[in-house]
Design a protein around this ligand. Structure first.
Ligand SMILES: Cc1ncc(COP(=O)(O)O)c(C=O)c1O
Length: 370
């Protein structure tokens, strides 16, 4: 089976190094906010051009704390898109604000065209999502938002390795949220996340509130939450950081191969349109016959995925609490898009097999009953 992700393989390859590091941690007893966490934060800060990096329990918490740090809560509106993981919208609701969902373009991304009509006097922030590790047109969004006094929180959960002008994204807005969930290109063996910001006040808020506002073991200056990145996870991440760039390079090679070989098919190439700086967290194509294509590929032992089959505004969580809305492009894309395998454990012959199977499906076309 050609797998759509390499979570297990990634962990297994590095298990000896991890056990060694965990053993040292076990002997040292540095379990909470210790040296491993500091080392990971330093790496993340360097990756993000010297911005503050605060390691947290999850990307969801990074979004939530960014909203809270900006004072966003009840009575405020925050605009984002509906074709994202539910956490983006969940964080807005957890902060007490009202989520407002914008439609996306054919590249599956929010843009000034889709979000500008939704800006109101109540809009306090916009959360553009770097979906699939694709670069968002952040400068245009920032120009619009800054001219209206609206904050920008970049959802970089899927965007480790995504660059604009050669720089890691996540430092242009007021704050950004990265996820180190195991499925991510740089993932731990459990939950993890980072809030990145160039704003010292936001950084200080997140650093304090992630640990109950504690200044020392006994004194708290503000009530907060427990959102500390676990030292065991930080240790695993500190090993993986050494390999990240080589993994990203392999994803780019695979994407370039798909681009070259699928460009003349009906299925076509990645919906991101081959823009530079794409980290290819997902390589996503579309087909009006998507479900049959997926079943056909599964029969050929090729695993694919659909991220996300139910847009947020069609989730029961939304329908039970928010007004019904229609987002035509988001809905069409949710019916048509398909994530192909794209990770560093794929060999050249694996990706050739994926392409051949897609071409074969198109040749057989309507004649096969799948
Ligand atoms: C776009 C997006 N936003 C937010 C999150 C939340 O991150 P986490 O699972 O680390 O809380 C994810 C995680 O999958 C995501 O893909």
């Amino acid at each position: 089976m050609i797998k759509c992700n390499n979570v297990q393989e990634q962990a297994q390859d590095l298990s000896a190094q991890m056990f060694e590091r965990w053993h040292a941690l076990l002997l040292g007893g540095d379990f909470v906010l210790g040296e491993e966490v500091t080392q990971f934060e330093t790496w993340m800060s360097e990756r993000c051009n010297g911005a503050h990096a605060i390691a947290l329990n999850s990307g969801t918490d990074a979004l939530f704390l960014a909203l809270r740090a900006l004072g966003i809560g009840p009575g405020d509106e925050v605009i984002t898109c509906a074709n994202t993981f539910v956490a983006t919208v969940g964080a807005i609701v957890s902060a007490g604000a009202r989520p407002v969902l914008a439609d996306v373009g054919d590249d599956e991304l929010i843009s000034v065209d889709t979000l500008e009509p939704l800006l109101s006097a109540r809009t306090k922030a916009v959360i553009p999502v770097y979906l699939r590790g694709r670069p968002v047109n952040i400068d245009a969004i920032l120009d619009l938002c800054r001219s209206r006094g609206v904050a920008v929180i970049e959802d970089c959960a899927q965007a480790i390795g995504t660059t604009i002008d050669g720089c890691q994204v996540g430092t242009r807005g007021d704050a950004s949220a990265f996820s180190m969930h195991p499925l991510k290109t740089l993932g731990g063996l459990g939950d993890g996340g980072v809030l990145v910001t160039t704003n010292l006040k936001i950084a200080e808020y997140a650093r304090s509130v992630r640990n109950h506002g504690l200044e020392n073991r006994n004194e708290s200056v503000q009530f907060g939450i427990n959102s500390r990145l676990d030292s065991l996870q930080a240790a695993a991440l500190n090993i993986k950081t050494r390999y990240l760039d080589q993994w990203l390079k392999r994803r780019t090679e695979i994407a370039a191969f798909y681009d070259r070989t699928l460009c003349d098919t009906a299925t076509g190439v990645d919906l991101g349109g081959g823009k530079p700086g794409n980290a290819y967290y997902h390589y996503v194509v579309k087909s009006t016959d998507r479900d049959r294509l997926q079943r056909y590929l599964a029969e050929q032992e090729i695993q694919t995925a659909i991220h996300y089959p139910i847009p947020i505004h069609r989730q029961r969580a939304w329908l039970s609490s928010q007004p019904q809305i229609v987002l035509p492009n988001t809905e069409r894309l949710s019916r048509e898009m398909l994530t192909l395998p794209c990770h560093h454990h794929l060999s050249d012959s694996d990706v050739e097999r994926v392409v051949l199977a897609i071409k074969q499906f198109e040749r057989l076309g309507a004649r096969v009953a799948i």
